[in-house]
Structures are given as structure tokens and as C-alpha cells.
Design a protein around this ligand. Structure first.
Ligand SMILES: Nc1ncnc2c1ncn2[C@@H]1O[C@H](COP(=O)(O)OP(=O)(O)OP(=O)(O)O)[C@@H](O)[C@H]1O
Length: 707
């Protein structure tokens, strides 16, 4: 209600102010003064209307009233400036025209232009917080291009030159047509042809140069950013990797970094090119015919508005389609991958139902996308055809009054399609840039992330005994902060001795091994190595001297030897063979000796579980660690191999901790630590614990497997 009354009041006030101000124009005679006065009067009028709208709406005028006041104020100066700038009626210009055609055709077009101008100005004047963020992020992306500044400068120079040449091709083509239609092939015709060839060549050369340079700098940026991001990711604490799934991180590293580079190298490139080209084309078109330009501009504004509405809708539906397709793919992969389970549980009809539902969702999204696309094309075509009809009618008048030549009309028509393409490109590149802001901020959030772990120290002693002490260690996983996995544990691992860590599932044994390897850090208490906290040692030293082998070791695709020597440089094969002989890995030795470079498959799928464990043990033994932790690392080996491995790992006075459920290992251990509920409940030798008749003895039957 307030809006309707407000609009009415504003219109009445505008009419009063306009008549008053226009009367004062009668005192001015020069065209320049008239136009300047129109702009000045528009400013005065805008101030009055602004105060008035604020007054009638209690200081909070609705956005629609802002638009209306802007339109009312800018309409006349924009329209009259256009008339004066075209120069056709400059000499005779004596102020605003009352011509009916102009009032019905030109004024509405100028109204649309004035509104667009106001929206642009208002948007510039008051950037929102989101826009400030966008600007900051985009500026930061630009900083990453610093190393390629020369390439980029050259690329942008080529871009401008290419656009200028490109814009003038139709201009010269029109001139050639004019020469041909006049049938007077004078020397000027030759000059004109030469210039046409020159601009065409320039356009081709500069465009090719621009494309190459942008692609080159984009490739360099991608390389730098990916390396930097991967480096940052590798530094993060383990919890970060629990929170962010591998697929997510990989997508960030590859797709998102690519998109980020494209923002500058492709979107900015397209944006600058299209803006320059649009301005140049408008300039040329205006000089050919101001009337036809105004008609095409109004149609373009309508097409722009249509596209602005359709593009986000189209993108959203495209994203939904892609999500649906990815989901369908995953569904099929999961079902086929687990076909044994699906068949044995008779779940085929259930899986078929799931897939049917997923397919229906996909086709519904596609149907909607199809309807919107058809509607968009229809409206687009209608606007374009309407514009052509109005233009042709106007062109007939202009041709009959000799205000326009055939060549100029042809040139004008040649500019129409590129103009429309340029405007579409501006909207698209703007939309793409805004769409990538989310992606960019995510990439930056990873680049800026400081790992939540104590900084590595500088200790790297020549000699290490391997005396490990845990003092009142408490630890909970960041994802379950209220449920400590290890509670106030104190124990000592002595050099040359085998300590067995036993207990029921979920008692905190593996968590202890992760703390000893410093993959996590205790919340309370400390882990000391030769009297110094683990974080005081350098990262490399600690990784060399303290080794962990888990029950399901991770192997990489590649040859057997590659996996055994993983992370080591130039290991003599003799050393590998000796280590393998000691742990009875004869099959592995012969495979490596025969130069068998066959891939062991993804995650070593072509090896048996026992062979995988042997590779993992060998890999660690080659590093000759001082402290060795085996977390059920030999559970898949036969008894003899298990004994061989234990004998070998204990040689050389190593400190060894084994997490095990095997009775024979427990019986040979020098010391046994029995854990339950994250705490140490009993400790001693096997004989001592059996004598005590405590939890260990009671649970022995359930806990340990006989050989
Ligand atoms: N990544 C994790 N996030 C949250 N909680 C975890 C995580 N890993 C383990 N836990 C929890 O910590 C507790 C101790 O787990 P841990 O793996 O150390 O037990 P475990 O004694 O090694 O068991 P098992 O013998 O079955 O390997 C369990 O309650 C487990 O649910």
C-alpha cells in the first residue's frame, strides 16, 4: 500500500519538478549547455525525490522506489546525451524533442538504459559484505598470477588489440559493399581492401597469441597452486583427513584449483574482451545510426534480463543433473562391487528399486531442464524477431531519407550477432566468476590452514637407546572428544625387550600405537623417547627411528620392489635380499630377483594378506628403526614366519611393542600390558599375570588364539 501511494506521490512531485526545471531550459541556447543543464537538473531532482521518498517511507524507502526515482531522473539526460553524442542532430539541437516516435520508441529504450545505469551505479557504490569478500578473494587469486605477470600483460595487450581489429572487420566489409554498390572502384577502394585484410589478419594473429598466452599462464598457475596445496595438505594433522574425505580433497586439489585458475585466465579474459568489444561495437553502431542502435540496445537489455534469469536456473538444474548422475554411478558401482553380498542376501529386488528411484529423479530433473530451455529459446527468438521487424521498419525510413546507406545498414546488421554474443559472454563470465567464489574460498581455507599439532623440534641425536616412557597419557579422538580412547596410561618400553599390548577390542591398543608414532598427540601427559618428548625431535629423525606396522598395511600400485623400497633412495639389492631372507620371504626374493616388475595392483590386491604383511615388515626393517611397533602386523603369517619376524625385529637391541591376540607371542614377550576401556589394568610377565588370577587370566581363553 505504502509502495503504491509512494509511487503516486513521487510521480506527481516529479511532474511538478520537471515542468519547473524544463522551463528554466528556455533560458539556455547552446546544445552543450542544454545537456549539462539537464544532468545538473537531474541531480537536483534526484536529491529532492530522495529526500521525499525517505520522508514518506520513514527513512527506509523500498528498493522499487529507488529504481523509480533513478529512472525518472536519469531518463531525460541519458536520452538527450545520446542524441547530442550521435552528432546527427547536433547543429540543430535545441532541447528535448516532443516527437511522438521518439517518445514511444527512443524514450522507453533510454528508460531501460537509465535503469541499468542506476542499478550498476548503486551496486558499485554500496558493495555488500559478500561482494567485499568476492573482491578480496579475486584480488588474492590475482596475486598468485604475479609470477606470470609478463605473460598476462602480453595476453591482455593482445586481447585488446585483437578485439579492436575484430570490431572493425564488419566496418570495412560495409565500406567495401558501399564502394561496390556505387560502381566507382577508385584508389580508395584498394586502400579499403588493404585495411580490411590488415584488420582481419590482426584479429586472427592477436586472438591466437592471446589464447596461447592465457593457456600458458593458466598451466603455470595450476602447477604452482596444486603443488602448494598438496604440500599444505600433507602437513595437516590426521584428524583433518578424517573430517575431509579423500575424494573431497582430491576434487579440491584438481577440479577446484582448475576452476580457480579459470576465473582469471578464462573468465576475466572473456569479460574484458566482451566489455571492450561491446563498447567498441556500440560506438561504431552509434556512429552508423543512433536510432537503430537504441532499438537494438533495448532488445539487448531485454535479452540480457532474460538470460540473467535463465542462466542461474540452468546452472542449478545442470548441477542437480550431475549430482543425480554421480549418485546413479555410485549406486551401480557399489552394487556391482558387492555383488557377492547382494546375491547371498537376496537383495537384488531392493537394489533394483533403489536404481529405479534414482533414475526417476534424474529424468524428472532433465524434464524440468528441457521445459525451461524450450521456454527460454522461444522468448529469446520472439524478442530477437521483434527487434528485427522494428529495425527494418526504421531502416526503410532512414534509407528513403538518405540518412543511411546500404553498406552502413549491412555493417550494422553484421554487428548485431556479435553484440548479442558479447553481452551473453559478459553475463556468463560474470556468473562464472561469482560461482567460483565459493570454490576459491574453500581452496584458500585449505592453503591458510595451520596444522593443529605441536611444531617439530630440532633434536636429531647421533645415538638413540630407544627407551620409551608414557607418563599419564590421556587421549581422545577429535571426533569423539568426550570419549577418551586412552585414559591416564603410564608404561615403559625398554630397549632389547619385547612388550606385548593385549586387551579386548576397543580397549585402546591401536590408539596407543598411534600416539607412540606421534600420528596423534596426547591431550594430557607425555610420551618420552630417551627422556625427551617426541615433538622435540625432527620429523625425519622420528619417522626413521620409530616405525609402525599395522595389521592392514597400505601398499601402492607398482612393482613389489618399488613397494619394499618405498621412500628410500638407492638401496642396494643385497640389503633388501638379506632382510627378506631373515624373515623367510623366499617368494618375494625370487620375484624381485627375477626382475618381476609386474604391478601388484591397487593397494597390493594381487598379493595375499600374509605377503602384504611381509612387504610391510620388510619395508620397515630396511630403515633399521630403533623402536618398532607391530600392531597385529604378522597376524596373517604362518607360525614359522611369525617367529622369524619376531626374532629379526628384536635383533640389534631394538625396543619392540607388539599388539597381539596370539598366545605364542604373548608367551614369549618379556613384559605384558593388559588394557581395558582405554586404561592399563594389569602388567607383568605371562607367568606373573596367570598367577595373579585377575582379568588377564579370566579373559585369556577369549583373548588369545592358539597356534
Ligand atoms: N578415528 C576414530 N575416531 C573416533 N573414535 C575412534 C577412532 N578410532 C578408534 N576410536 C575409538 O577409540 C576406542 C579405542 O579404539 P582402538 O582402535 O584403539 O581399540 P583397539 O584396542 O585397538 O581395538 P582392536 O583390538 O579391535 O583393534 C574405541 O572405542 C574406538 O571406537
Amino acid at each position: 500500500m505504502l509502495d503504491a501511494v509512494g509511487v503516486l506521490l513521487v510521480l506527481m512531485l516529479d511532474a511538478a519538478l520537471s515542468s519547473l526545471l524544463l522551463c528554466s531550459l528556455l533560458l539556455v541556447s547552446s546544445p552543450y549547455f542544454i545537456v549539462s543543464a539537464l544532468w545538473a537538473l537531474a541531480a537536483v531532482k534526484w536529491a529532492c525525490l530522495h529526500v521525499f521518498t525517505s520522508f514518506v517511507s520513514d527513512g527506509k524507502p523500498p528498493a522499487a522506489l529507488h529504481g523509480l526515482t533513478a529512472l525518472l531522473c536519469l531518463l531525460l539526460p541519458v536520452c538527450e546525451s545520446g542524441r547530442v553524442l550521435t552528432g546527427t542532430s547536433f547543429q540543430t539541437y535545441s532541447g528535448p524533442s516532443l516527437d511522438l516516435g521518439e517518445l514511444l520508441l527512443v524514450r522507453p529504450a533510454c528508460a531501460a538504459l537509465a535503469w541499468v545505469l542506476w542499478e550498476g551505479l548503486a551496486g558499485w557504490a554500496e558493495p555488500t559484505i559478500g561482494e567485499q569478500d568476492t573482491t578480496r578473494l579475486l584480488t588474492r587469486v590475482l596475486k598468485y598470477f604475479k609470477a606470470d605477470a609478463v605473460y598476462l600483460m602480453a595476453a591482455f595487450t593482445f586481447l585488446i588489440l585483437g578485439v579492436v581489429c575484430d570490431t572493425y572487420v564488419p566496418w570495412y566489409q560495409g565500406k567495401v559493399v558501399d564502394f561496390l554498390s556505387s560502381r566507382q572502384l577508385t584508389a580508395d577502394f584498394g586502400v579499403c581492401i588493404r585495411e580490411l585484410v590488415l584488420v582481419s589478419l590482426g584479429s586472427a594473429l592477436f586472438s591466437a597469441g592471446r589464447g596461447g598466452l592465457f593457456k600458458c599462464s593458466l598451466a603455470r598457475l595450476n602447477y604452482r597452486l596444486k603443488l602448494l596445496l598438496f604440500h599444505r595438505l600433507l602437513q595437516q594433522e590426521l584428524h583433518f583427513f578424517h573430517l575431509n574425505k579423500p575424494g573431497q580433497l582430491s576434487a579440491r586439489l584438481h577440479e577446484d584449483v582448475d576452476k580457480m585458475g579459470c576465473t582469471v585466465a578464462l573468465n576475466a579474459n572473456a569479460m574484458v574482451r566482451s566489455v571492450v568489444k561491446t563498447l567498441l561495437m556500440l560506438h561504431v553502431m552509434f556512429s552508423l545510426s543512433s536510432e537503430l542502435t537504441v532499438i537494438s540496445c533495448s532488445a539487448m537489455a531485454l535479452l540480457g534480463a532474460l538470460q540473467k534469469t535463465y542462466i542461474p536456473l540452468h546452472k542449478e538444474l545442470k548441477k542437480q543433473t550431475q549430482d543425480c548422475l554421480a549418485h546413479n554411478k555410485q549406486l551401480v558401482a557399489e552394487t556391482v562391487g558387492a555383488i557377492r553380498t547382494v546375491r547371498s542376501l537376496g537383495a537384488e529386488p531392493e537394489e533394483l528399486r533403489h536404481y529405479d528411484k534414482a533414475l526417476q529423479r534424474t529424468s524428472s530433473v532433465r524434464r524440468r531442464a528441457g521445459i525451461y530451455s524450450t521456454l527460454y529459446r522461444l522468448l529469446h527468438q520472439l524478442i530477437f524477431t521483434g527487434m528485427k521487424i522494428v529495425m527494418m521498419m526504421k531502416a526503410r525510413t532512414l534509407l528513403s531519407t538518405n540518412q543511411l546507406s546500404i553498406g552502413n545498414l549491412l555493417t550494422f546488421l553484421l554487428y548485431l550477432k556479435p553484440l548479442q554474443r558479447s553481452i551473453t559472454e559478459i553475463l556468463q563470465s560474470f556468473g562464472n566468476t561469482v560461482a567460483t567464489v565459493g570454490v576459491i574460498s574453500k581452496v584458500f581455507s585449505y592453503l591458510d590452514r595451520t596444522p593443529k599439532r605441536t611444531k617439530d623440534g630440532l633434536l636429531s641425536p647421533e645415538e638413540l637407546h630407544g627407551d620409551v616412557v608414557l607418563r599419564d597419557v590421556t587421549f581422545s579422538y577429535p571426533s569423539a572428544p568426550d570419549r577418551p580412547a586412552v585414559k591416564g596410561v603410564s608404561m615403559r618400553l625398554r630397549p632389547g625387550r619385547l612388550t606385548a599390548l593385549v586387551g579386548p577390542s576397543g580397549s585402546g591398543k591401536s590408539s596407543m600405537t598411534l600416539l607412540l608414532k606421534r600420528l596423534y598427540e596426547p591431550e594430557e601427559g607425555e610420551v618420552l623417547l630417551d627422556g625427551e618428548p617426541l615433538h622435540c625431535y625432527t620429523h625425519t629423525f622420528l619417522q626413521e627411528k620409530v616405525a609402525l606396522v599395522s595389521q592392514n598395511p597400505v601398499l601402492f600400485s607398482g612393482s613389489l620392489r618399488y613397494n619394499v623400497e618405498y621412500g628410500l633412495k638407492d638401496v642396494p639389492f643385497q640389503k633388501v635380499r638379506e632382510a627378506a631372507e631373515k624373515v623367510n620371504a623366499h617368494r618375494l626374493i625370487s620375484a624381485m630377483e627375477s626382475g618381476d616388475n609386474t604391478d601388484i595392483g591397487e593397494r597390493g590386491e594381487k598379493l595375499s594378506e600374509g605377503e602384504k604383511q611381509l612387504v610391510a615388515v620388510l619395508r620397515v626393517l630396511l630403515r633399521d628403526p630403533k623402536v618398532l611397533i607391530l600392531d597385529e602386523a604378522t597376524s596373517h603369517l604362518d607360525l614359522n614366519s611369525q617367529r622369524d619376524v619376531l626374532r629379526e625385529v628384536l635383533s640389534g637391541g631394538r625396543t619392540v611393542l607388539v599388539v597381539t591376540h596370539q598366545l605364542h607371542t604373548v608367551e614369549t614377550a618379556d613384559h605384558i600390558v593388559f588394557m581395558e576401556g582405554g586404561a592399563v589394568v594389569e602388567e607383568g610377565t605371562h607367568a606373573q599375570l596367570m598367577e595373579r588370577r585377575g582379568r588377564y587370566r579370566r579373559l585369556k581363553e577369549e583373548q588369545f588364539t592358539e597356534p
